[in-house]
Structure formats: structure tokens, C-alpha cells
Design a protein around this ligand. Structure first.
Ligand code: FES
Length: 83
């Protein structure tokens, strides 16, 4: 679905931009031109941004959990004299 008609930006493109690191409306404006003309798409674009961020969040949380588990396991492997 088109979100920004002025620039021909779709919901899918916004989602892809979020996957590649966009996290703010400023990022979307810079990389896709969203809300840079008439501005009528700003509200919908912000909703897409949040939805895409929520969709990506579980993977990021899992990454954090794995990283924490590795650190914890690394601490368990240390000899008592090393800390
Ligand atoms: S619809 Fe996005 S700037 Fe006009």
C-alpha cells in the first residue's frame, strides 16, 4: 500500500528501511523522502515505522539474550584467580 503518494513510497519500502536501520521519521525522510512534500503521509508513515520496529524487536531481543547468555557462560568459565 502506498503511504507517501508524493514520493511513491510504500509500506514495504518503509519496513525495509527500518530493517536496514532507519528508526526515526528523519531517517525515513532522508532515505525515502517520506513527508518531504505535502506532509500528509507523516502520520501513516510514523505508524508504519512503529509497526516495523515492533516487528523487528523480537529478533533484536533474542540477539541480546544470546549475547548475555554467552557473557554469563564466559564468566562461569573463568578460573577463580582471574577475577
Ligand atoms: S504524501 Fe508524502 S509528502 Fe505528500
Amino acid at each position: 500500500m502506498y503511504i507517501c503518494v508524493c514520493n511513491g513510497v510504500t509500506e514495504r519500502q518503509i519496513s525495509a528501511a527500518v530493517t536496514e536501520g532507519a528508526s526515526t521519521m528523519r531517517d525515513l525522510r532522508k532515505c525515502l523522502g517520506v513527508a518531504s512534500e505535502c506532509g500528509r503521509c507523516a502520520r501513516s508513515a510514523r505508524e508504519c515505522l512503529r509497526a516495523a520496529a515492533d516487528t523487528n524487536r523480537p529478533a533484536q531481543s533474542a540477539g541480546w539474550a544470546e549475547s548475555a547468555a554467552r557473557s554469563f557462560n564466559g564468566l562461569l568459565a573463568l578460573e577463580p584467580e582471574t577475577y
